[in-house]
Each structure stands twice: as structure tokens, then as C-alpha cells.
Design a binder for this molecule. Structure first.
Ligand SMILES: NC(=O)c1ccc[n+]([C@@H]2O[C@H](COP(=O)([O-])OP(=O)(O)OC[C@H]3O[C@@H](n4cnc5c(N)ncnc54)[C@H](O)[C@@H]3O)[C@@H](O)[C@H]2O)c1
Length: 341
């Protein structure tokens, strides 16, 4: 994008920031998680500036819709720019915390376009860390990933040696190291290892959303592997809770797992999906995809003791909410298409 550091909305539409409000920057604010984090921070009284490059990782229209919804809140401003080329020092000026969620997510694509993963995950994080101290930032909260564990034995504990098996996992691990090393030279930093995040607003390239869209439209679903792989699915509201708690946690220089509290097989997901859409789902099994791990499960001891975090949303309730969101969204899209036909 060429609009580096250009606010999306007229400053006249935004209330003047109060000096008493805590200021923060959310990178990746137009993303699935970043947009929901920015909304909640705003609701809690933070003055929020977001930055996003609206990259082509998936349809940028969806990112622009989220950014527009944030701007409508009033008081949240979104800057359009790539972290690598933006003037981050001036963006960070006066911000106490940087919630660094920008990045290129997704395991499978990382084998084909690794340089973009290096750019968005590693080079972008170098830029964030380099600008944070001169910008006066106290703490970086980094969105790392359970992918750093690869096929380690479950449950994953933070003191296991990292063993990523995809370029995505390796770039997240490298970015996490960049943040945590900065913590040894004065800047506070916490890396949260998110476990498969889901819920309304989920990225269009993620499994649960793809499954829900296919099932609602009566299309066959593709499962890579035999369906016995397990994931510790974590509802987006719980992720947001943990991420905000990490801003003030009495710890720095550490990675912390953020998991949903139960590990569910894909076969169980498909069973539940069938009952949620009230029709049998037509599943086609394909060989395992490279980079896919067999099981993820967070040991949440550290999250409980350092962040006071406990996941609240059980998978069945969270997936029901996501399927309802997917249904509502596709009805809206169909109505829009009918209007413009
Ligand atoms: N969704 C998950 O299950 C999950 C799990 C573990 C970790 N994470 C991490 O959490 C973060 C958010 O994930 P998400 O699912 O919301 O993804 P997302 O793709 O919806 O959001 C990431 C945002 O970052 C922006 N971005 C990417 N590179 C950028 C750059 N160089 N400069 C500026 N903006 C850039 C993208 O445009 C996008 O809007 C990512 O860092 C991801 O690796 C996500």
C-alpha cells in the first residue's frame, strides 16, 4: 500500500483524545483478532491507534470492512501502512503498550511463499522492536503461536524446546525471540502463544469457517488426514481477555500459552457441525497436508498464574456462535448480490 501513516477517516469525526486515557497501538488492527482486540480496548477506555497493511493474505475487502467498523466506533484511528516501511517511532510516540498482532498467519501457504512470511512476521517484528524504545513504549505484547511446538508431546508447556515444522512456525518463533530478547535490554515484552483461534469474524482461510460455509451451503467438506487430529480451539473473546491482561502482567521476557481449555478432534467438530446446520455433512478425506500437526493442547498453568487467565467459552458454545455468524454473513452477501443484480 502507498498510504503509509494516512488515517482512514477525517480527524473531525474523532473525539479529541483525553490525556488521562492510556494509549496503545494495535498492529494488525484490521485482522480477525486485532479488530476485536481494538474494539475491546476502546470499550475499556484506552485510546487506540491501529495500523494495518491490508495485505493480500486473504480478501482485503474483509479487512477494510473491519477497519471501517472500528472507525465508526469513534476514537479509534486506523493507519494504513506496512510495518516495515512505516514511520513507527512517530506512530508509537505516547503509546504505553504495543499489541503486536500484525503478521502472516496460516501454515500451508507458508511452504509456497516463505519470503512473505519472513517479511510480515520477522522483518516487521524487527521494525516494531527497533521503534518501540525510542517511541517511549513500555511493553510489547506479541501474538505468537502454538505452531512453535510442532509435534511435541502434549500438553505443550512453555519450557519445552521449540520444534516448529513449517516456515510459519519458524517465523513466529523467530519473531517471538526478537521480542523476548528486547526484554533483556529494558523494554518489557510478553509473547502469547495463541492456540487455534475461532469465533465470529474468523479468517476466511481457517478450517472452522471453511467447514461452516460448506456445510451451510450443502457443499462437500475437505478434511486433510483422517480427522483424528486434535486442536485446542480458543474462542476469540478469551484470546482478547488474555491479551489485555498481558499488558499489565507482573512478568516480562516470557512466552505464555493461551488455550481454550479442551482439545477437540476434527471428527468431533464435524459431528457438532452436522447438528448445528441440521443436516448431514458430506466429508471427503484427503492425505495429511504438510505442516499440519497431529495434536495441540495448551498447558495453561503459566497463563493462570501470571495473567489470572482461564478460558470461559466451551467449544460447543463458541462454534455455535461462529456458525450463526457465518450464516448471517452469507445471507447478507446474498441480499447484496440480489440488490446489485
Ligand atoms: N488466528 C489464529 O488461530 C492464530 C493462532 C496463533 C497465532 N496467531 C497470530 O495472531 C495474529 C493475528 O492473527 P489473525 O488470525 O487475526 O490474522 P489476520 O491475517 O486476520 O490479521 C493479521 C493482520 O496483519 C496485517 N499485516 C500482515 N503483515 C503486515 C505488515 N507487514 N504490516 C502491516 N500489517 C500487516 C494483515 O493485513 C492482517 O490484517 C497473527 O500474528 C497470527 O500469526 C493467530
Amino acid at each position: 500500500m502507498t498510504h503509509t501513516n494516512r488515517p482512514l477517516a477525517s480527524p473531525l469525526r474523532r473525539p479529541l483524545p483525553e490525556t488521562t486515557r492510556r494509549r496503545c497501538v494495535v498492529t494488525g488492527a484490521a485482522g480477525f483478532i486485532g479488530s476485536q482486540l481494538a474494539t475491546r480496548l476502546h470499550e475499556q477506555g484506552w485510546a487506540v491507534t491501529g495500523i494495518d497493511g491490508f495485505t493480500d493474505s486473504y480478501d482485503p475487502v474483509e479487512k477494510h470492512q473491519r477497519a471501517a467498523a472500528l472507525e465508526r466506533l469513534g476514537g479509534v484511528s486506523i493507519v494504513v501502512g506496512d510495518l516495515v516501511t512505516s514511520n513507527l517511532e512517530s506512530l508509537f510516540d505516547g503509546a504505553e503498550v504495543v499489541f503486536h498482532l500484525a503478521g502472516r498467519a496460516g501454515v500451508r501457504a507458508s511452504f509456497d511463499i516463505e519470503p512473505r512470511y519472513v517479511h510480515d512476521n520477522v522483518t516487521a517484528t524487527e521494525a516494531v522492536v527497533a521503534a518501540a524504545r525510542p517511541g517511549g513504549v513500555r511493553r510489547i505484547v506479541y501474538a505468537s503461536s502454538s505452531s512453535v511446538y510442532g509435534n511435541s508431546p502434549t500438553p505443550f508447556r512453555e519450557d519445552l524446546p521449540p520444534a516448529p515444522i513449517s516456515p510459519y512456525g519458524r517465523t513466529k518463533l523467530e519473531a517471538e525471540r526478537l521480542c523476548l530478547e528486547a526484554a533483556s535490554s529494558g523494554l518489557e515484552a510478553v509473547a502469547l502463544r495463541y492456540f487455534t483461534v475461532y469465533g465470529p469474524g474468523q479468517r476466511p482461510d481457517m478450517g472452522l469457517r471453511i467447514f461452516a460455509e460448506a456445510a451451510l451451503h450443502g457443499r462437500p467438506l475437505t478434511v486433510f488426514g483422517d480427522g483424528t487430529q486434535r486442536r485446542d480451539f480458543t474462542y476469540v473473546d478469551d484470546i482478547v481477555d488474555a491479551t489485555i491482561a498481558a499488558a499489565d502482567a507482573p512478568a516480562s521476557g516470557l512466552a505464555v500459552n493461551i488455550g481454550g481449555g479442551s482439545s477437540v478432534t476434527l471428527l468431533e467438530v464435524l459431528d457438532l457441525l452436522g447438528s448445528l446446520v441440521a443436516r448431514p455433512v458430506d466429508v471427503r478425506f484427503h492425505p495429511f497436508a504438510r505442516g499440519d500437526v497431529l495434536a495441540t493442547e495448551a498447558d495453561s498453568t503459566r497463563a493462570a498464574s501470571l495473567l489470572g487467565f482461564r478460558a470461559h467459552v466451551p467449544f460447543e458454545r463458541g462454534f455455535r456462535a461462529e456458525v450463526a455468524w457465518v450464516r448471517d454473513r452469507s445471507e447478507l452477501v446474498q441480499a447484496e448480490e440480489a440488490r446489485s443484480a
